[in-house]
Design a protein around this ligand. Structure first.
Ligand SMILES: *Cc1c(COP(=O)(O)O)cnc(C)c1O
Length: 447
């Protein structure tokens, strides 16, 4: 019964063993390491130089050259790099910072540590910041915009930068999903005043536990360095920011952001291969989505490369989902049916929208007796009714990310999605799943 959906007792499109274990590993492994990368990591281990900065300083130089910015600073993780970026641009008490609501919490939550308030902007059909909703979010208190290139889809930077300039706002880019990606021929992470990104082990540019901040501005570089570093918070680095000089030797944030050199050693080697690997991933992913072209129910997050934009390393491929085109079948049920056909990979929802989490409604970090998000806001930024408008809800599901083009295997995975779309009616009768699903962070089992 090849025709019957696997979820309803039919034979799955892909059965265990159909894709040999070795092929599976090569095709889907997130963190691919060369022998040179392993040797470089081992060298740090043998020398016990985890906490030194010699390797990290080389990594930073190479990263800045690759990124095309004057400066790069490594941090222990992406969340810390983003926190340093907020300090760099001077985010402070009573400020507001606008971010799209559908993202990982590390994009903007830490703004409350500065007494600033995250304000949430809506998303467009490609799940990224909707420039048409941006000006509504801006008030005289707005200091910055946090732009997240969500699931590697480059945000529409032309209108976003025009609005930022018009209102005199700083722009930080969170490039954690899209390292090396392009928007109209220009590298993501070079539009804003500062950019920061995670290079943790499941990101496209995977280096272990690592974050990087990049900028062209000396002042932002020095401030970011002083915030999360201490042995390098000294006269070699802090040359122009006189106001920081009294505080040499102690990290100004009271937080330590030093990168582990195992990760920066791996990072040096990953950088050498990354662009090449991304080209291959894009060939494979383009082929995959092409196989599903024209089917109802979804639009993949992808860009036309003829415009000079691209999907970088296609971090967590996703498609926007339109249940009304499949008889109202919920994203959750759809994904469940695809998983039954192909043995995983298809999960509904992406990150839940941040504005719905109690952290942004009630959490009182500093015991001020007021939710920290609005403790210094001067207004209740939690009134976000527009973000709950059901017509604006965006549903989505994920797809496998192929490391290289293997047509015969990719055809099998595409066939799994096609089968569910073609037979979706069989699922409608028992579709009791109202939920469109999602999760607070990446892990597939964590809801
Ligand atoms: C992973 C991620 C981060 C944080 O990175 P860590 O290295 O895990 O601290 C920030 N923003 C986004 C969008 C991410 O996906």
């Amino acid at each position: 019964m090849k025709d019957k959906l696997a979820l309803l007792g039919g034979t799955p499109v892909i059965s265990p063993g159909d894709v040999p274990a070795e092929t599976f590993d090569k095709l889907f492994r997130k963190m691919v390491l060369t022998e040179e990368a392993k040797a470089a990591a081992m060298d740090v281990i043998e020398k016990g130089s985890f906490s030194f900065t010699d390797v990290t300083e080389k990594f930073q130089e190479e990263f800045a050259a690759w990124q095309g910015t004057n400066y790069a600073i490594a941090y222990c993780n992406g969340t810390m790099a983003l926190t340093a970026a907020m300090y760099a641009i001077g985010l402070g008490e009573g400020d507001e910072i606008v971010c799209s609501t559908k993202t990982y919490w590390g994009s903007v939550s830490q703004a409350i540590n500065f007494g600033a308030s995250p304000v949430f902007c809506n998303i467009n059909d490609m799940l990224s910041m909707d420039p048409n909703d941006l000006e509504r979010c801006i008030t005289p208190r707005t200091k910055a915009i946090m732009v997240v290139h969500y699931y590697a889809y480059p945000c529409d930077m032309d209108p976003i930068m025009a609005i930022a300039r018009k209102h005199g706002l700083k722009v930080i880019e969170d490039v954690s999903h899209a390292q090396g990606g392009l928007y109209k021929g220009r590298k993501l992470g070079t539009f804003g005043d500062v950019a920061a990104m995670s290079l943790m082990s499941t990101k496209s540019l995977a280096c272990g536990e690592l974050g990087v901040l990049v900028t062209d501005e000396r002042k932002y570089y020095e401030r970011a360095m002083a915030f999360g570093h201490y042995e390098r918070n000294n006269e070699n680095y802090i040359r122009e920011c006189d106001d920081l000089k009294d505080y040499f030797h102690i990290a100004l944030g009271g937080v330590k952001g030093r990168a582990n050199q195992v990760s920066t050693a791996i990072g040096r080697d990953q950088l050498k291969h990354y662009d090449e690997r991304c080209i291959e991933i894009r060939r494979a992913m383009s082929y995959f989505w092409d196989q599903l072209e024209g089917l109802p129910g979804f639009r993949p997050l992808r860009v036309d490369e003829a415009t000079g934009s691209n999907m970088a390393g296609w971090y967590e491929p996703h498609a926007a989902y339109y249940p009304e085109e499949l008889g109202g079948l919920s994203a959750k049920r759809f994904a469940e049916a695809v998983r039954a056909e192909i043995g995983g990979f298809c999960y509904e929802g992406g990150n839940f929208c941040l504005h719905t989490h109690p952290f942004f409604k009630t959490f009182d970090l500093t015991h001020k007796g007021v939710p920290s998000r609005i403790a210094y806001a001067g207004r209740d930024v939690r009134r976000e009714d527009h973000l709950c408008d059901p017509s604006l809800k965006k549903y989505c599901f994920s797809a496998p990310r192929f490391n290289y083009l293997d047509r015969s295997v990719i055809d099998l995975y595409a066939a799994g999605y096609r089968k569910v779309i073609e037979k979706h009616r069989d699922l409608l009768t028992d579709d009791a799943h109202e939920a469109q699903g999602g999760r607070w962070y990446g892990s597939e089992n964590q809801k």
